[in-house]
Design a protein around this ligand. Sequence first.
Ligand SMILES: [Zn+2]
Length: 49
Amino acid sequence: MDFNGYCVKCRKKRDVKDGVVTQTTTGRKMVKGTCPVCKTTVTRFLPSK
Ligand SMILES: [Zn+2]
């Protein structure tokens, strides 16, 4: 899925394409993708609904 996450390397919000949704051990969902600018992994927690 596409999402907007914060890239710690760019220190900016980036629109990430083709992020992969995963579930943490605590049951929270998060999406993980790659920054289109610097290729750093960008993650974002999803609302738990
Ligand atoms: Zn970046």
